[in-house]
Design a protein around this ligand. Structure first.
Ligand SMILES: [Zn+2]
Length: 242
C-alpha cells in the first residue's frame, strides 16, 4: 500500500504565522486531519506528524516519516509577509523524480484553488530541514498568506476542502489509486456506465488504477498512466454499492 506522510507544520508552543484571526498551527492541523481521513478513504496508508496541538522539532518530523517508510512527505503550512498566493517547495538539490512529483501536485492543487481567487506563486526550492532530512519525495505547501487579502480565502471551509481535494488528486495521479475494493462494471462510455448498458467486463477488486478522466458520476480508470481506460460508476468504486 502506498504510504503518505502528512506533516502539519508548527504546533504547541510554536503557533507559526498569525494574522486576521488565523493561527497557522490550528489551520494546518484542521487541514491535515481532513486530508488524513480522505486519503485513508481513497485507499492510502497515512502517517501523521501530529493529530493534536503538539510541538515537534523539524528533525523529529523527518525521522518519524523515515521510519514509517513513507512514499511521499507532505508538509502543510500557510504564509505570512504580505504576499498573495499559493506556492510549494522541494529541496534545493533533489532527484528528477521529486521535481516531477512537485509538478503533478502543484498542477492538481492549482486546478482546485484558483476558483477561490488564490494566485499561483509557482514551484520553488528551499533548504528546509523537513525537505532535506526526509528520505522520500518531500514537498512543503504554503496555502496562502494570512496577513494579506488571502486571509478571507484561507478562512473559507470550501477553500480548505478544495485545497485537500487538490492534494488528493495529485497523490492519485502520482501513485494511482487502489480504488477497486469491489468488482466494478467496465463500460466504453460514461453514459453507458450511468445507464448500465453495454457492459464490457469487470474491473476486479484490488486492481491498482489511475484516474484518467472524471465526471460527476463516473471515472475513467486505467492501469496504464496517461492512456484512456474504462468508464466505471463512482458509486461502485468508492462504496461498493450497486
Ligand atoms: Zn509554517
Amino acid at each position: 500500500m502506498t504510504k503518505i506522510w502528512i506533516d502539519a507544520g508548527h504546533g504547541g508552543k510554536d503557533s507559526g504565522a498569525t494574522g486576521n484571526g488565523l493561527v497557522e498551527k490550528n489551520w494546518v492541523l484542521s487541514v491535515a486531519n481532513q486530508l488524513q481521513s480522505e486519503l485513508v478513504k481513497a485507499g492510502f496508508e497515512v502517517g501523521m506528524t501530529r493529530t493534536n496541538d503538539t510541538f515537534y522539532e523539524l528533525s523529529d518530523r523527518a525521522k518519524k516519516a523515515n521510519s514509517f517508510k513513507a512514499d511521499l512527505f507532505i508538509s502543510i503550512h500557510f504564509n505570512a509577509g504580505g504576499g498573495k498566493g499559493f506556492e510549494d517547495y522541494i529541496y534545493t538539490s533533489t532527484p528528477a523524480g521529486t521535481v516531477e512529483s512537485q509538478k503533478i501536485i502543484h498542477k492538481n492543487i492549482i486546478a482546485k484553488i484558483t476558483k477561490h481567487g488564490m494566485r499561483d506563486r509557482g514551484m520553488k526550492r528551499a533548504n528546509f530541514a523537513v525537505l532535506r532530512e526526509t528520505a522520500m519525495d518531500a514537498i512543503l505547501l504554503e496555502a496562502g498568506f494570512c496577513d494579506s487579502s488571502d486571509a478571507t480565502i484561507l478562512a473559507k471551509k470550501a477553500y480548505q476542502t478544495d485545497f485537500c481535494a487538490g492534494i488528493i488528486s495529485g497523490v492519485q495521479e502520482l501513485f494511482g489509486t487502489p480504488v477497486t475494493k469491489y468488482r466494478a462494471g467496465k463500460y466504453l462510455t460514461s453514459n453507458d456506465a450511468i445507464s448500465g448498458k453495454n457492459i464490457k467486463g469487470y474491473l476486479e477488486a484490488g486492481t491498482k488504477v489511475f484516474v484518467y478522466k472524471e465526471t460527476a458520476k463516473t471515472l475513467n480508470l486505467t492501469t496504464t498512466k496517461g492512456v484512456p481506460g474504462s468508464w466505471v460508476l463512482k458509486t461502485e468504486v468508492n462504496t461498493g454499492k450497486r
